[in-house]
Design a protein around this ligand. Structure first.
Ligand code: V47
Length: 378
């Protein structure tokens, strides 16, 4: 194995920690011991952001060296008409006559994927509303038509919330739904829909959405069928630090069972045009701290994503020194965060991602969905 060249002298750096309460946590991290929920809480509550970041960067360099990843991808959201009523969501509508309601045809989806492939995309990321008039076959057809037209494209599609919906409308089990989708050409599941696992928070922000047990059951079933997935956490609204730690540790437990999660993505709450009466964007400090604490708690997850769409390019770039090793990708057409007031662009040039990563002192790697290296920009 290659020796890791660390960016800093870790022993010296952490000896400068200003918060003495962090010393036992620092010892655990340096000796590779698993952190507890109390440790997680201390890391969230400390004012010593730099020590948390230094520790997280140390862990990410141990796992991934100086590599920081991006993917050439496109998001496709086939419809925003949705049977659910999530208070934080500005993208979906329950009303077909709402001027913002839309439905894509199969041709629309193919032409978007075609454009993406011509731009060099290796992945399409497909999520959308739970359309009350579309049966499971409509969603299956999307996958099989894409697979027929683009045999080499990685299709990452449908959150656990959509898989649960397909199961309810088709009468099939989770496993049967996932097997049918896999046979049609699905390669992996995205992590959306996790929000915060706490039932208290879900009652406030997403009262009609499936709970954490079903969310994780679906991901674990997918993993057992050979489908990898990503996993998310929506933060910066009504949740407490304890609830964030609990969410992250439930993911760690699930990963101990299956090992199928490739990446954790903290999603920063976007506050506009929704029914949750919280109008503030998350702070840069909270974004960096959340990424760093996740890196430290999730010792069994290979990658942590700084999603530039929701935290902006500058914080995402800085996060590459606070425990993140991935920036997601070119995205090409982002709707969910932008309907809710995201200030970032809706797409990104590959050259810009490479520059952002290099300026952060890391080595840019174009990856595929499963983190195989496509090109290393030394
Ligand atoms: O499922 C909705 C969240 C998710 C808001 O898997 C909001 O690699 C913030 O899951 N503010 C969609 N978040 C995005 C998503 C995602 C993005 C990039 C990569 C991956 C991956 C997954 O966004 C939704 C929901 O959890 N969301 N509304 C909002 N106002």
């Amino acid at each position: 194995m290659e020796a890791v060249m660390f960016s800093i002298d870790i022993e010296r750096a952490v000896s400068l920690a200003s918060d003495k309460d962090l010393f036992p946590v620092i010892d655990k991290v340096l000796s590779g011991k698993r952190l507890s929920s109390e440790d997680g809480l201390k890391l969230f509550e400390t004012g010593d952001l730099l020590t948390v970041g230094i520790l997280a960067n140390y862990v990410t360099e141990k796992k991934n060296g100086k590599y920081a990843y991006f993917v050439i991808n496109r998001q496709i959201n086939p419809t925003n008409i949705c049977a659910l009523d999530c208070k934080f969501c500005a993208f979906a509508t329950m009303d077909r006559n709402d001027p913002k309601a839309y439905e894509m045809s199969y041709e629309d989806i193919i032409s978007k994927a075609d454009y993406a492939v011509k731009q060099g995309a290796s992945e399409v990321h497909i999520v959308g509303g739970l359309h009350p008039d579309w049966d499971f076959q409509v969603y299956l057809n999307m996958i099989s038509i894409l697979r027929k037209n683009f045999p080499d494209l990685h299709i990452k599609a449908f959150t656990a919330v959509e898989i649960d919906y397909f199961s309810r409308i088709s009468g099939l089990s989770y496993e049967e739904v996932l097997v049918s989708l896999k046979e049609a050409g699905l390669n992996s599941l995205p992590g959306g829909g996790a929000e915060i696992f706490s039932p208290r928070v879900r009652r406030i922000i997403a009262p009609t959405k499936i709970g954490w047990k079903k969310y994780l059951e679906i991901h674990k079933t997918a993993h057992r069928l050979g489908l990898n997935s990503t996993v998310t956490m929506l933060y910066g609204h009504v949740e407490t630090y304890e609830e964030r730690v609990d969410h992250i540790l439930k993911i760690r437990d699930a990963q101990d069972e299956t090992g199928g999660f490739t990446c954790f993505i903290p999603l920063a709450y976007q506050p506009e045009n929704n029914d949750l009466n919280i109008t503030e964007h998350t702070s840069g400090v909270d974004d960096l701290k959340t990424i760093a604490v996740a890196r430290l708690l999730l010792d069994n997850l290979p990658h942590i994503k700084a999603y530039w769409v929701m935290i902006g390019e500058k914080i995402a770039q800085t996060a590459l020194n606070f425990g993140a090793d991935d920036m997601d990708g070119t995205v090409m057409e982002e709707k969910i965060a932008h309907f809710a007031g995201a200030k970032s662009p809706t797409q990104q040039q590959k050259e810009k991602l490479i520059r952002l990563i290099k300026e952060a002192g890391k080595i840019p790697v174009e990856r595929d969905t499963l983190y195989n290296h496509i090109h290393v920009y030394q």
